[in-house]
Design a protein around this ligand. Structure first.
Ligand code: HPA
Length: 255
């Protein structure tokens, strides 16, 4: 199966499916397999069903390796994000175009040296341009409004940021903040996969406007997840995807 969706906070299943446990050298990952009009799509709940795994403890390598073992080449992902850009308000949907990594304690690569080898992966286009263009095109058909593209700041979490940190991220050029897209996007690229994440804005970041409230996050995710996943499925079942349209599969320099 070549296509997958990774659901972030608030997106824990997307329809009738069969659950499979995939064993990898990094641990076990759980994948739901959906069959939509003969097209198989793997669905993975990033935080586990019922949101049981915090951002810094997610086994990103097992998750991405499991998708690779299933033959996946094209991945869409959702992520709940806070906004530090006044033009992007809670409830808005943005497509990620670049990231800044402020994580601290996570395995960041499959290439750990020794028998795993050493490699450097290019980050000129971390997200797949082809999947991004197709998402924007299909959003017009599904009626999903996209507010714009965004630079994603990845923090270690699980705490929210201080007002001073948010001020710094804003000065640096960030638009939205989340806790999970790194290393997920990096590992996808190391495996030569096409990966595009879509941010669903759940709150203003600390000190921007108002307060970060838990019920805001849950309510807003409910409103948006159906249209975002509908758009993912529209692309994944309706397009002949090819890796010739981007350079995602050729981004690794192995030493
Ligand atoms: N900061 C970090 N991660 C988040 C936020 C935030 O404000 N909102 C949703 N995920």
């Amino acid at each position: 199966m070549k296509r997958a969706i990774i659901g972030g906070t608030g997106v824990y299943d997307i329809g009738d499916s069969t659950t499979r446990e995939i064993e990898t050298e990094y641990g076990i990952a759980v994948v739901d397999v959906l069959n939509i009009n003969g097209c198989e799509i793997a669905f993975m709940a990033r935080h586990g069903k019922g949101h049981s795994v915090p951002p810094h403890k997610i086994n990103y390598r097992a998750n991405m390796k499991a998708l690779e073992q299933l033959g996946v080449k094209y991945i869409y992902a959702t992520c709940a994000v806070g906004s530090l850009n006044e033009n992007y308000a809670p409830g808005d949907v943005v497509v990620l175009k670049d990231f800044m990594d402020f994580t601290k304690s996570r395995p960041l690569t499959f290439y750990e040296g020794e028998n795993k080898g050493v490699a450097h992966v290019a980050m000129d286009a971390p997200y797949c341009r082809n999947l991004r263009d197709k998402f924007i095109y299909h959003a017009k058909k599904t009626g999903l409004g996209i507010k714009g593209d965004a630079v994603y700041v990845c923090t270690e979490g699980p705490r929210f940021e201080t007002a001073s940190e948010i001020k710094m991220y804003k000065t640096l050029g960030g638009d939205v903040v989340g806790m999970t897209n790194v290393p997920e996007v990096v590992l996808a690229k190391e495996l030569g996969m096409c990966y595009q994440a879509v941010g669903i804005i759940t709150n203003w970041c600390t000190g921007i406007k108002g307060q970060v409230m838990e019920h805001d996050i849950k309510g807003i995710m409910e409103e948006n997840k159906a249209l975002v996943t509908k758009t993912f499925i529209s692309v994944l079942t309706g397009e002949m995807l090819s890796q010739d349209a981007c350079n995602c599969k050729d981004s690794l320099l192995i030493l």
